[in-house]
Design a protein around this ligand. Structure first.
Ligand SMILES: *Cc1c(COP(=O)(O)O)cnc(C)c1O
Length: 390
């Protein structure tokens, strides 16, 4: 019997993490010191991309990507309805017209066949950007999307907030880390506590494109630069220029220190999450429950472990788990069904697979510090609820 609450996701803070933050608090910098470029360099190295730009949160990262791509009011941008609303909002801030492309029933990722249908229906160049999501930690096929982007002329921003440490295999059989941007213009990450790297708040943009990197770095801090190569003149050592209208989307030193300390455990986290997933798979395989699909040639980052149950059993299961202090979660309510996006013309019925998914989905507790005992407890309660309902 377990008495404490078990959430669908939870951060792990070790003594080493605490030491890293304390050290920063005792140092000369609380913001804009050496810890931020240190994390950026380690993260870029880990992923295998050229540039990383750390920002205050994942939503800010998406907003800055939209700015760097020059999104204008009315520009059409395609994303998936099964995501946290920030994937769409980051582009909406600039007035983009958000189009939702339905998901694949098996992977719950944006369905690239449907995407192609949407693209084909309009003249080339009609869509400025496509923002797929590595939903739940399942990496999208960036290579296929890249081919489509060449054919139809759009930019690719991968919302990789669920999938740092995940990887997929390209057509040459080469392993590609999520976020390495080999086939994408930009990728974004979040360091919110439920995500793999928990820094309180935080985000990061990765790219191999120098120009895009310089843009997001400039917009991150008011559009202000002191870089001598960029200044239009120089009046002396104090001189800086505000060259664009940017934001204060900076992150602090102590968040960067915490993120760096957590990055060291990312591989362990992915391994542990996959072990937990396997245990769930095994335990639930004979129940009327659908466990998450994954292809053999990907490494799933398992931000979420999502099961599908009968639509008429889902609420009962959710409530039963809650009664036992298990906070499973329904993720996500399709974004196109949100009142805000409905006011902009999106309609229920336009993404039927996503809408069907929403009726069945439930994210069970999934985080690396979930103990075997806790997981057994969750499994037991899932079984009790399902058998009571059969
Ligand atoms: C968490 C998340 C974000 C936003 O990140 P924040 O750091 O909370 O702003 C964006 N997209 C997805 C898919 C996310 O899960």
């Amino acid at each position: 019997m377990i008495n404490h609450p078990i959430s669908y996701g939870h951060q792990l803070i070790t003594e080493e993490d605490i030491q890293a933050v304390v050290e920063t608090l005792r140092s000369d910098y609380l913001t804009q010191g050496p810890r931020i470029p240190e994390f950026e360099s380690n993260f870029a190295h880990y992923l295998g991309c050229r540039y990383a730009c750390m920002v205050s949160n994942g939503t800010a990262a998406l907003h800055l990507c939209a700015m760097a791509l020059g999104i204008q009011p009315g520009d059409k941008v395609i994303t998936t309805p099964i995501t946290f609303v920030a994937s769409a909002n980051g582009f909406r801030y600039l007035g983009a017209d958000i189009v939702f492309c339905d998901i694949d029933a098996k992977t719950f990722l944006m369905d690239f066949d449907k995407l192609e249908e949407i693209l084909k229906a309009s003249p080339k160049g009609s869509y400025k950007a496509v923002v797929p999501v590595d939903f739940a930690g399942y990496p999208i096929d960036e290579e296929r999307l890249h081919q489509l982007s060449v054919e139809y002329g759009f930019k690719v921003v991968v919302d990789a907030c669920h999938a740092p440490g995940g990887s997929w295999t390209d057509s040459k059989g080469e392993k590609q880390m999520v976020g390495n941007c080999k086939y994408a213009d930009l990728s974004v990450f979040s360091f919110h506590p439920v995500k793999h790297i928990a820094a309180g708040e935080g985000g990061c943009i990765t790219t191999n494109d120098k120009d895009l990197y310089e843009k997001v770095a400039l917009y991150r801090t008011h559009g202000i630069t002191k870089n001598p190569n960029r200044l239009t003149r120089s009046d002396g050592g104090w001189y800086y220029e505000m060259q664009e209208l940017g934001y204060n989307y900076r992150i602090t030193e102590f968040q960067a220190a915490l993120a760096s300390s957590q990055l060291k455990r990312l591989n362990w986290s992915i391994t542990r999450r996959n072990e937990i997933a396997k245990r769930y798979d095994e335990a639930l395989k004979d129940l009327p429950v659908k466990t998450p699909y994954r292809a053999d040639d990907i490494v799933h980052a398992f931000h979420l472990y999502i099961i599908k149950v009968d639509a008429d059993k889902r609420k009962g299961l959710y409530d039963y788990l809650r009664e036992h202090n298990i906070f499973a979660q329904v993720l996500y309510i399709p974004a196109h069904m949100m009142p805000y996006y409905k006011r902009l013309g999106r309609k229920e019925g336009e993404c039927p697979v996503a809408e069907e998914y929403y009726k069945h989905c439930l994210a069970l507790p999934m985080y690396p510090s979930l103990t075997d005992e806790e997981q057994e407890w969750v499994i037991e309660k899932v079984k009790e609820s399902i058998f009571a309902n059969i």
